[in-house]
Design a protein around this ligand. Structure first.
Ligand code: NAP
Length: 332
């Protein structure tokens, strides 16, 4: 085992898009677990859009950061945690963590389901998609669903879950022709378009000529405006995120058509996945058999090496990932 523990701290606040200069790598000795705790060597770390928001205020400067991670217990003085256990916990952005049993989940071993899935489709990412469709939008069989940032973690989970829940037509937007192909050829979307290649409203009208019933919004701004415009009467919008505006201090100019919500009796509802943890069992019941059978994909873009975690985060913000963006610690 390495004798040095490494971590990343935020050292300044960004103005607009972060450049990487806001972060610093810190080294120290590998911590020793005290009574009731265990030492975990992290293996896979999650980088997520909400972290960009946290950089503005929520994250303390020059202090340990949080983030979802999966690691292996390498020494334990805690009841219930055994050397070799693979655990999920929230002490990300570092190579080693000292954890208490109540802060971790020992990951189950399910044949055909890699543990990484617990940072992707079986983790908070998949849970967000599930809650958006089942609890917020209350998707009915046969309905047309549109998803923005559809080739990302939440988006690719949402498209596949919508299909499992009986959606009639599943469409999505993403930021490159490769991502569009991934959606239609690998994930089974009925139609997809590259939002960089033309008017959103026109492309949406072409992909869903009869309009949409449910919109899972990961982007906000003009994407939300176009979706409101394409909604059928009694449509529902599950507002997950607004990545188009996280870098900006100004309020977004769109949507300008909010009154359409009244005219078409549309319901728009925002939510935070952390208020819906109780849906986790339901998600696993739905997905574990499909993952094991290979009928649902948990695609990740894995950046190799802890050294590259800041790059991985910045690349994810710029659209470099397909599926869930993660970082493999080993190899750094
Ligand atoms: P992700 O989609 O895997 O990664 C972010 C993606 O956003 C990028 O790959 C990029 O894809 C797209 N993007 C970046 N800037 C954009 C822009 N200006 N316009 C359009 N697309 C842009 O990330 P994720 O973890 O799955 O999160 C997706 C959304 O869900 C985020 O808004 C996040 O904040 C939100 N979220 C909410 C909750 C909740 O509890 N409410 C929980 C998890 C995530 P392209 O190449 O397609 O541009």
């Amino acid at each position: 085992m390495s004798q040095t523990a490494r971590s990343v701290q935020q050292v300044s606040r960004p103005r607009g898009r972060p450049t990487g200069a806001e972060f610093a790598f810190v080294e120290g000795p590998v911590p020793a677990p005290g009574p009731g705790t265990a030492l975990v060597e992290n293996q896979l770390l999650s980088v997520d859009p909400y972290m960009r928001e946290n950089m503005d205020a929520a994250w303390e400067l020059s202090a340990p950061l949080e983030g979802r991670s999966i690691g292996r217990v390498v020494a334990s003085r805690a009841p219930g945690l055994t050397e070799g256990d693979l655990v999920f916990h929230r002490q990300g952005w570092r190579t080693h963590a000292v954890v208490r049993p109540e802060d971790v989940r020992v990951l189950p071993r399910t044949p055909g389901v890699p543990p990484e899935a617990y940072l992707g489709i079986l983790g908070g990412t998949g849970l967000t998609a599930h809650v958006a469709l089942s609890r917020i939008a209350r998707l009915n069989p046969g309905e047309t669903v549109h998803i923005s940032a559809a080739a990302g973690g939440v988006g690719s989970a949402a498209g596949q879950l919508a299909r499992l829940m009986g959606a009639g037509r599943v469409i999505g937007s993403a930021g490159s022709p490769e991502k569009v192909r991934f959606l239609t050829e690998e994930l089974g979307f009925d139609a997809a378009f590259d939002y960089r290649e033309g008017g959103l409203a026109e492309q949406l009208a072409k992909a869903a000529p009869e309009g949409i019933d449910v919109y899972v919004d990961n982007v906000g701004g003009e994407h939300l405006e176009a979706a409101i415009g394409a909604m059928r009467e009694y449509g529902r919008i599950a507002w997950c995120g607004a990545i188009a505006q996280y870098d900006s201090a100004e309020p977004p100019p769109a949507p300008r058509n909010l009154f359409d919500l009244v005219e078409k009796s549309i319901r728009l509802e925002g939510f935070l996945v952390r208020n819906h943890r109780d849906a986790q069992d339901e998600l696993e019941r739905l997905l574990l058999p499909a993952l094991a059978a290979g009928t649902v994909l948990d695609r990740h873009t894995v950046t190799e090496g802890f050294d590259r975690i800041v790059d991985a985060f910045l690349e994810m913000l710029a659209g470099g990932n397909t599926g869930k963006a993660t970082v493999r610690v080993m190899g750094s």
